[in-house]
Design a protein around this ligand. Structure first.
Ligand code: F6R
Length: 613
């Protein structure tokens, strides 16, 4: 969603700000803008469209300045257009602001400000904030930072903001609540952004602001972090570990394809230092301190959204099979608004690639209030969810830039497998020989994924067949049901073909009515306890003239003979099929989207990091 970036220092701000916006394009947005301090005015350029449209719009203009802010907007209040784009500014062009988040009480504030004579140009909730700051500053004769602080204390909702003003020509004022904000240190310069990707080129020294904290960034002055209640709080400087190459396409046509092909490496990264076949151990350093509590848990409740929710569904099978502790998996957005029964001996596991998903953060907060222990499984280091949990494990998949999640999913499943094996062993629920067999097999998974990728061209042919259908049904059972859901999500989000995932046996309770010669059905029929049942489901589809595309274990001939197209995956234990079976489905969605001419990395309406509920 919205990306924000700010710069103050000796360099020209514009190129830094534009590069920062490009680095955050993957988050999803519909308009972009920049504000630069130039003499006794803040100059604002903004327009609907891509960052490249903003660059075209700015061509030939004076873009000099050493203090500036820039924004990519994902519309919530007010349609995507030039006026609603950020930055917003005071009518005298003395103060400008960018904002990520939602101001829930904007209508009340707007009414009061209109009554006081302020004119509004846009339909956004954000414009309220700039006039409120202006009003407080003027009426109470305060400096800008104090006016920002008092204005923010009146806001109900979420924000990450950066404010600049002609009265403070070297200063960025930054604050956050709910939406992320990172401060970067350079030599006599400060950077601020919602995403480390916008900073990593210039600095690795950063401070992550916590909720309801703000700072005044003036080169030459030390960083002081305050709360919105005006109390000075300590901060810790951290080192960014991100690699710039990970933010480039590296010769691939799209980030999504690059990320699919990275999976043998990223799955290995998720296991690195945690799995040792020689020593016959699986251990997760991030949860060691809480292991006792996990082993005593009454129940695991997994909260997540989208693809991460599907990883949670895989974990439900894994944990119940291996640890024998009951598991519930919930959409974070539903969980937070129910009145769920949560005990203090429950363990809540939040799964999130970005670590910023608003609903997942809110679910964590609810569980925390009820006394549960909270674990996080996140990809983005230092993210809000990673910091809001008691303990957890990073997936170490590296930055995921394509909006459709691929390598993050297989890494989440890998970490969940490790967690299940580690706890099962500690709880004495797994026989030694089974444990050893499983960890030996797990170690072979990256090579098996590589084997699948080496055969990617076969999937392209199936994509040619799928691309003109309007609907596709995905079926799977047991460990493969979440794979069916994930395969359908991948196809619909980037190709815009309607797709549904279903438990194979449920088909006859409704979806079977849809089956005819125009309905391709993708069935995951790998070797497992329900294989024979799934074969029966395939017969049910065939009888009704549905087209079968099957995913089978290597060497299978029975399902091959029933299928119009077949994808073979290497033999593995059924617990690991979600990793192997999801890879061809990612490739299938990718190739179909490319053949349909869609924007694979930035599908319409979608955002990578969903920071609004
Ligand atoms: C789908 C996808 C989304 C995310 C969801 C949760 O490809 O990317 O469904 O999985 O928005 O995001 P995180 O994992 O960042 O909490």
């Amino acid at each position: 969603m919205c990306g924000i970036v700010g710069y103050t220092g000796n360099r020209e701000a514009f190129p830094i700000l534009i590069k920062g916006l490009h680095r955050m394009e993957y988050r999803g947005y519909d308009s972009a803008g920049v504000a630069l301090l130039q003499g006794d005015e803040v100059t604002v350029h903004k327009c609907r469209g891509k960052v490249s449209d903003l660059e075209d719009f700015c061509k030939g203009k004076d873009l000099s300045g050493h203090l500036g802010i820039a924004h990519t907007r994902w519309a919530t209040h007010g349609e995507p257009n030039d006026i609603n784009a950020h930055p917003h500014f005071t009518s005298d062009h003395k103060i400008a602001l960018i904002h990520n988040g939602i101001i829930e009480n904007h209508l009340v504030l707007r009414k009061a400000l209109e009554k006081a004579g302020y004119l509004f140009n846009s339909q956004t909730d954000t414009e309220v904030l700039i006039h409120l700051i202006e009003d407080i500053k003027k009426n109470e004769c305060l400096d800008l930072a104090e006016a920002v602080r008092l204005a923010l204390s009146q806001i109900i909702g979420t924000y990450a903001v950066i404010v600049i003003s002609v009265d403070n020509p070297n200063t960025l004022i930054v604050a956050r609540k709910g939406s992320p904000l990172i401060i970067g240190f350079g030599k006599d310069e400060y950077f601020a952004a919602s995403d480390a990707a916008a900073l990593v080129e210039y600095t690795r020294k950063v401070v992550y602001l916590n909720n309801e904290e703000m700072a005044v960034l003036t080169p030459g002055n030390d960083l002081i972090v305050k709360t919105i209640k005006n109390e000075i709080v300590p901060h810790s400087i951290q080192k960014l570990r991100m690699n710039i190459n990970e933010l480039e396409k590296g010769g691939f046509e799209h980030f999504m394809l690059k990320e699919i092909f990275e999976q043998p490496r990223t799955i290995r990264e998720s296991m690195r230092g945690r799995l040792s076949v020689e020593r016959e151990v699986v251990s997760l350093g991030g949860i060691v301190e809480y292991e006792e509590r996990l082993l005593q848990a009454r129940r695991f409740i997994i909260v997540a959204c989208g693809t991460s929710y599907h990883a949670g569904l895989v974990a439900e099978h894994l944990f119940e099979d291996l640890i024998r502790i009951p598991v519930e998996v919930e959409y974070a957005s539903e969980f937070r608004y129910r009145n769920p029964v949560i005990y203090d001996d429950d363990v809540v596991i939040a799964i999130s690639q970005s670590g910023e998903t608003a609903d997942t953060l809110a679910a964590i907060e609810l569980a925390r209030q009820k006394g549960a222990t909270i674990l996080g499984i996140c990809n983005v280091v230092g993210s809000s969810i990673a910091r809001a949990t008691h303990a957890g494990s990073y997936t170490h998949a590296g930055p995921e830039v394509g909006v459709a999640s691929t390598k993050a999913f297989t890494s989440q499943v890998t970490v969940l497998i490790l967690m299940a094996l580690c706890l099962a062993k500690r709880k004495g629920k797994i026989a030694k020989n089974k444990y050893i067999r499983l960890i030996e097999e797990l170690e072979t998974i990256p090579d098996k994924v590589q084997k699948l990728l080496d055969n990617a061209s076969a999937i392209e042919k199936i994509a040619q067949y799928i691309k003109d259908f309007n609907n596709v049904l995905y079926l799977g059972r047991n460990y493969n049901f979440p794979v069916a859901l994930e395969g359908a999500l991948k196809l619909k989000e980037i190709s815009y073909i309607h797709a549904e995932g279903y438990p194979a046996a449920e088909m006859k309770h409704g979806p079977i009515a849809l089956i005819d010669e125009n309905m391709p059905v993708i069935v995951i029929a790998t070797n497992n306890a329900t294989y024979e049942k799934v074969v029966s489901n395939i017969h049910e589809v065939k009888t009704r003239k549905g087209k079968i595309i099957s995913i089978v274990s290597e060497g299978n001939s029975e399902v091959r003979n029933l299928s119009d197209y077949v994808i073979e995956i290497p033999q593995t234990h059924e617990m690991f099929t979600p990793i192997l079976a999801s890879v061809p489905l990612q490739l299938l969605a990718y190739y179909v989207a490319v053949l349909r001419g869609k924007n694979v990395d930035q599908p319409r309406n979608l955002a990578k990091s969903v920071t609004v509920e």
